[in-house]
Design a protein around this ligand. Sequence first.
Ligand code: AMP
Length: 550
Amino acid sequence: MLSTMQDVPLTVTRILHHGMTIHGKSQVTTWTGEPEPHRRTFAEIGTRATQLANALRDELGVDGDQRVATLMWNNAEHVEAYLAIPSMGAVLHTLNLRLPPEQLAWIVNHADDKAVIVNGSLLPLLVPLLPHLPSIEHVVVAGPGDRSALAGITPRVLEYEELIAGRPTTFDWPELDERQAAAMCYTSGTTGDPKGVVYSHRSIYLHSMQVNMTESMGLTDKDTTLVVVPQFHVNAWGLPHATFMSGVNMLMPDRFLQPAPLADMIERERPTHAAAVPTIWQGLLAEVTANPRDLTSMANVTIGGAACPPSLMEAYDKLGVRLCHAWGMTETSPLGTMAHPPAGLSDEEQWPYRVTQGRFPAGVEARLVGPGGEHLPWDGESAGELEVRGPWIAAAYYGGSDGEHLRPEDKFSEDGWLKTGDVGVISTDGFLTLTDRAKDVIKSGGEWISSVELENALMAHPDVAEAAVVAVPDEKWGERPLATVVLKEGVTGTDYEALKAFLAESGIAKWQLPERWSVIPAVPKTSVGKFDKKVIRKQYAEGELDVTQL
Ligand code: AMP
């Protein structure tokens, strides 16, 4: 028997309408570096998004599922693009402005982007690429920045504000199938070509609802979220759509992502929530340690994208800021888990839960798979590769405009689950603890050593600012850990024996203790601010590191 319920498509268009009417007074505040930030209400954002849709259709000829790219910081105009482009049936393609130019060009060409909306301050990145981007017919420039580089370029150039000014404030929004493409995002791609994940209207709608649930970020119109995670990094973890759905105010840092302006904006605007990768929180901690600011408005902060060292969580606890650990991927929209401890526990009892990656919501099914393909129990001990499935999890990668979507065997199981490439354990009560990326695990004499466990233990040492541990070849054991450490400012001289003893004291088994050590000036980072261990492995292989062997 079929149900008797209405079959109403779950679309971004619905989120746009709901946010601009029911939550019309909520605001997007964009940092400008001027004495006053820029403020725009959801009602204004919605109206301008409608005008943008009219402009894209009438001026740029976007009338179907063409890809419209954005090369932008987090700001109000970028939110307008987030709402307008999918709602009109086109596909929003956010470009990662920190990628090497060749990779950026590859991605634009693969997605066959028709137009790009670019922030003026990013023109020096875009303009030299344009001769290699034949599909781009229009460049729409928004916000401050020198325009002189645009003289004589081939695509047509339009100013964002002029383009939308005076356009109709209504639009004949198409009836969309909820399974249609709404947005796309390429993985940061540590190996091989980047892979395009294409989100549907339905996946974005359901993911937005999950983000807003209390068991996830739990945001309402009483909140202001500081969206540090870039809008090109998995749709800013879904926040712009989720917040528009629930009327949550957004504080957007634009290009002011350095620790000092971030601390200033938190003190002044008093956001109640924020979302960013651990590197950002490390930088902010160093800043407020040197120049104290009041961060206490942030009762609830989401930290993810890479493992959060427990020492970082402890340091923020002392500042009155509670970090909540989350795990996800570009392929999972990204919300996979969040580490809210179960009810009824004391602070001390909560701690072992807070340092895990967290619990799965109902929309994310999980299983652990052992090396022989066997499914492992959730006993907190059996370690295997995490596989997931659910309505906001990718089933394939974009195959290009002429091709079929791709389902590589190493990324998708035969029965359609996503192979995450993350290795970990799940407790009997469903909390995930990741021990490593499959490719970062150190395989020493047939046993596995978790690089993340070593890093977390090292980063708890008072002299250590950051630590990255990688596998290096070893004649006797196959692989052994190499510990690279960044010392805190003002610390001179390193006693590796003392660091090793510190690891042993913190509970690391003797056979797992690294014998190779190196002090490095900074841990190399990927385009989204994660430790880039392949660079360290390469530096080691090419003899570029000054390594001490104990
Ligand atoms: P990306 O698609 O670039 O966001 O990268 C996703 C990957 O980041 C995951 O597969 C994990 O390896 C890693 N990651 C994300 N969140 C966490 C976390 N909380 N702890 C450890 N690794 C994480």
